[in-house]
Design a binder for this molecule. Structure first.
Ligand SMILES: Cc1cc2nc3c(=O)[nH]c(=O)nc-3n(C[C@H](O)[C@H](O)[C@H](O)COP(=O)(O)O)c2cc1C
Length: 368
């Protein structure tokens, strides 16, 4: 009976499943795989996918547990989809999902893995995309759709409606009951067609130095960080910041960056652009309309307070693309008698036969 039902659906479904067009030649940066799975097929797809690429995984869960979407001739699944269809711009039309802590701002690429329900995107995944559309704007997004047999053009349309401002990485991949077992090679081939590489771009790190301490910052990919990186490529920038509000140190950058503001709650460690020309480094939290630049890596809230000199004024902060810690290490005189005149890489490694590039010699940066 079920087979007949899905065979009919397959027969009725449209043929142009792969409408999403590639726009960029290569996709680099951090990747988030976000999925929903009711009967486990999408979960298996995600396991296979994350065996092939490095990615963080986010599972979307319905707020109401134990529901049987397929019971009574798929009555509940149908009801949820009809409610969305009747009022797609109203969040109350979508089934509630569990709160999601993952911040999309930390990722450049997002791969959605979703089941197909009645030739549409499963309602639970629709909720997540509807509520995340603003944060996903500008991201590179790919999609894998799992169905029993129906074609996926309706799911592709749903994705485009829900995420109008993303860059699609390429055509969506359709995995169905007859090729699910073969998913490893399907996914491998699909990733190749996307020209997908999740090696982090060399410019996804910035370094903040305060006093003797340097900390790395993982930058998000947006118009502001791209402009900031261009600025820092010319030379490091030193700014003077002041503590404010019990949650941040902030001050003028001395130049403006393009903004992509969104209402957000900045948390400890966040590096934020405020009003286009001020940088804020957070050791507490505050809600405002900001442009996110990145996050200071690996410091606890109390370590951040110490590093950022919380409560103080006139704090000198150096922003750079190179890591002062390693440069400083290479500026330290070599204890060996042959140290003088030695050449070091920018990472502090002694180099015997330097080729063309930037090095450190006798405490000074040199170009060969
Ligand atoms: C409510 C509901 C509706 C579905 N509608 C269809 C359909 O129209 N066509 C189809 O081929 N499969 C349909 N399926 C099957 C799923 O798309 C398929 O089993 C998929 O692999 C499920 O992924 P999951 O195991 O990760 O939940 C439906 C499943 C459910 C629960």
């Amino acid at each position: 009976m079920k087979i007949l039902f899905f065979s009919l659906l397959l027969f009725c479904s449209c043929s142009s499943d792969n409408e999403v067009k590639a726009e960029l030649p290569a996709h680099t940066g951090k990747t988030l795989v976000v999925y929903y799975s009711y009967t486990g097929n999408c979960r298996e797809i995600v396991t296979t996918l994350t065996g092939q690429i490095e990615a963080d995984v986010l599972e979307i869960q319905p707020a109401e547990k134990g529901l049987k979407y397929e019971a009574n001739g798929y009555a509940l699944g149908t009801e949820l989809l009809n409610s969305i269809k009747a009022n797609p711009n109203d969040i109350s039309s979508y089934p509630a999902i569990d709160p999601v802590a993952t911040s999309i701002a930390d990722y450049q690429n997002i791969i959605i893995v979703t089941p197909l329900w009645w030739s549409q995107m499963a309602a639970i995944m629709q909720t997540y995309l509807f509520q995340s559309a603003a944060q996903m704007a500008g991201k590179h997004v790919g999609m894998i759709v799992s169905s029993h047999s129906s074609g996926i053009s309706g799911v592709v349309s749903d994705a485009k409606r829900l995420l109008p401002n993303v860059t699609w990485m390429g055509d969506a991949l359709w995995i169905n009951a007859s090729n699910h077992a073969n998913r490893a090679s399907l996914i491998e081939d699909w990733l190749k067609t996307l020209n997908f590489s999740n090696e982090e771009t060399s410019m996804d790190k910035m370094y903040i130095t305060i006093g003797e301490q340097t900390q790395s910052v993982t930058l998000v990919d947006n118009v502001a960080t791209r402009a900031l990186v261009e600025k820092l490529k010319q030379r490091p920038v030193t700014v003077t910041l002041n503590s404010s509000g019990g949650f941040e140190i902030w001050g003028a950058l001395g130049f403006s960056l393009p903004i992509s503001n969104e209402q957000m709650t900045a948390e400890a460690g966040d590096v934020i652009l405020y009003n286009g020309s001020n940088i804020c480094l957070f050791y507490g939290s505050n809600s405002w309309s900001y442009t996110r630049l990145g996050k200071i890596d690996g410091l606890s809230e109390s370590e951040l307070r110490t590093f950022l000199k919380a409560g103080e004024s006139n704090i000198n902060v150096r922003l750079a693309l190179d890591n002062m810690t390693s440069i400083r290490a290479s500026l330290t005189p070599d204890p060996s008698p042959t140290g003088e005149g030695s050449i070091y890489s920018i990472n502090g490694q002694r180099v015997k036969n330097p080729t063309k590039g930037i090095y450190v010699k006798d405490g000074k940066k040199i170009a060969l």
